[in-house]
Write a protein that binds this ligand. Structure first.
Ligand code: FPP
Length: 239
């Protein structure tokens, strides 16, 4: 397919992004890592707006993993502060922006204040269509274990029978219940790993790895990733 043809195709319904490279971006400039995350948050705003312009229905971003707690207290606090600020603004602009928020992850480890903002944002945006999913204190394996545990619990309580478990039923127990799987997963910064991101949901996703650091990621980079996605022949294991 010629490059120009791919621009005419509709974008993927669901794009997921591992927002990687904030620390290296800051280091290159002699800045603290938190400055990299602040620039990363700006990049997220820009790309989320652009996704909406393109007609992407779901955008899922890896904002904080279950492993990220191992970082310095200062860095963790910096990321939480950025999320806090973002959510306060998002709640204020909710009626104007009309974006639905979902949070994938165990929110119980967040401060009560941040957790309240997350739950408020979910509740107040329920009726909107374009959706952003923040993976927050999220791990793909953790998500699968929790889903398995929840299903087993229902079996133990007599609400479910083991033979009822299918891939579709299992999906309903994941944080992403009701959300279609991402067709495209983008990882900037040059790393080529999944890092425990959407392990179940990515079974048939196209991965695009790019060399740009997340704070430098522009709408043009997103266009390129989408073009790459369209060039690939998606067969779902068939011919
Ligand atoms: C990975 O880069 C990035 C994170 C662990 C945090 C991502 C968080 C944000 C972009 C801010 C969240 C706020 C909003 C509003 C979305 P890294 O620190 O691992 O970079 P490195 O690999 O270069 O060190």
């Amino acid at each position: 397919m010629a490059l120009s043809d791919t621009n005419q195709l509709p974008p993927p319904r669901h794009i997921a992004i591992i927002m990687d490279g904030n620390g290296r971006w800051a280091k290159k400039r002699g800045l603290p890592r938190t400055a990299g995350h602040a620039a990363g948050a700006e990049s997220f705003r820009r790309i989320a707006n652009y996704c909406r312009t393109l007609g992407v229905e779901y955008l899922t971003v890896y904002a904080f993993s279950t492993e990220n707690w191992r970082r310095s207290q200062e860095e963790v606090a910096g990321i939480m502060k950025l999320l806090h600020r973002y959510l306060v603004e998002a709640l204020a602009d909710m009626e104007k922006n009309r974006v639905r928020f979902r949070f994938f992850g165990d929110l119980s480890r967040l401060t009560p204040e941040l957790r309240r903002l997350c739950l408020d944002a979910e509740r107040r945006s329920e009726e909107y269509d374009v959706q952003v999913n923040f993976c927050l204190n999220y791990g793909g394996r953790d998500e699968i274990v929790r889903a398995a545990r929840a299903f087993c619990q229902e079996v133990a309580e007599g609400k479910r029978a083991p033979e009822e478990l299918t891939e579709e039923v299992f999906s309903e127990y994941l944080y992403s219940s009701g959300v279609p799987d991402p067709e495209l997963i983008i990882r900037p910064s040059g790393e080529k790993r999944t890092s425990n991101f959407l392990l179940w949901q990515s079974a048939y996703s196209e991965y695009v790895f790019m060399n740009v650091l997340w704070p430098d990621f522009t709408p043009k980079d997103l266009d390129q990733a989408i073009e790459e996605y369209h060039r690939r022949n998606r067969r779902f294991g068939g011919t």
